[in-house]
Write a new protein. Structure first.
Length: 285
């Protein structure tokens, strides 16, 4: 019986030596211990029986814990790096979009400034036109209103020219000048240019809106006056009126009148306004 038990233990030990035991992720190798029996004199020979002792898996060792922590940190760092990569790509795309929007905004701003400049220029031009229109409407306009011939008792004559302010504001510092020339209607000669002698001794006066001023041109001696009345000769009267307005601008009015000859020349008769030589404008004072 004892021999049978010993044989069974030997077979089991041999089979178990060839079978590794796995617990979790660890492979446990069997450890062999020999059990020796002291032999007494006269007893059988000693024998050894292998005993397999399986170590139970213990908790994680310190080295294993450190390795697990390192793996976890590596995985976390990798995830963070992937996230940072995604954020960097998103930031790059947003930067491109921001650059495009900034370019579009800059172009829009420049176009708005261009339109604002044009609008400002148009507004300034409109203000200038409005100011000029208002001045043109309010300024004085001194023109020749009438003319007439007068004779005196000696047979001489003179011409009275009446100027009227047709504007809405006074004509300031108004002064007049005129030339007179008697000519043969069959053989006319050129008229000398008019020179306006504007010196301090000349009479200056203001004419209110709607008011009139007269200027006498002459006297004409009896002989030329009689020749004018009979139509033998003709007479030219040309001159200029200068004045200023309340806006500080200076104006002039040039006139050219004719009488005698075929036009006639008698008491109270108005002279004819010639088609050329009648001009109204501004001058630099």
């Amino acid at each position: 019986m004892a021999a049978f038990l010993i044989a069974s233990l030997l077979v089991m030990s041999v089979s178990m030596q060839n079978m590794p035991v796995v617990y979790g992720h660890e492979t446990l190798q069997p450890k062999i211990f020999q059990i020796a029996q002291t032999s007494q004199p006269g007893e059988a020979q000693p024998f050894s029986v292998p005993v397999r002792i399986i170590e139970q898996p213990e908790t994680k060792t310190e080295t294993g814990l450190r390795e697990d922590e390192a793996d976890a940190r590596d995985a976390k760092d990798l995830a963070i790096q992937e996230r940072l990569k995604d954020l960097a790509q998103d930031t790059l795309r947003l930067s491109y979009a921001q650059l495009v929007l900034a370019a579009v905004g800059t172009i829009g701003l420049l176009y708005s400034l261009f339109l604002a400049r044009k609008s400002t220029a148009a507004a300034v031009s409109a203000v200038k036109v409005t100011r000029q229109t208002a001045r043109d409407q309010l300024r004085p306009y001194v023109l020749v209103e009438t003319s007439r011939v007068t004779f005196n008792q000696a047979g001489g004559a003179s011409v009275i020219v009446t100027f009227r302010n047709g504007g809405q504001t006074p004509a300031l510092s108004m002064v007049t000048g005129a030339n007179m020339k008697v000519d043969d209607p069959n053989h006319p000669t050129p008229l000398p240019p008019f020179t306006f002698e504007d010196h301090p001794l000349m009479s200056r006066f203001s004419v209110l809106p709607g008011s009139m001023r007269e200027k006498e041109v002459g006297p004409i001696p009896a002989g030329p006056a009689g020749a004018l009345a009979t139509g033998e000769v003709i007479m030219h009267i040309w001159g200029e009126v200068r004045y200023s307005d309340i806006f500080g601008r200076s104006h002039f009015t040039r006139f050219h009148l004719m009488g005698g000859g075929s036009y006639g020349f008698r008491e109270g008769m108005a002279l004819i306004v010639r088609g050329v030589g009648n001009v109204e404008g501004e001058y630099s004072s």
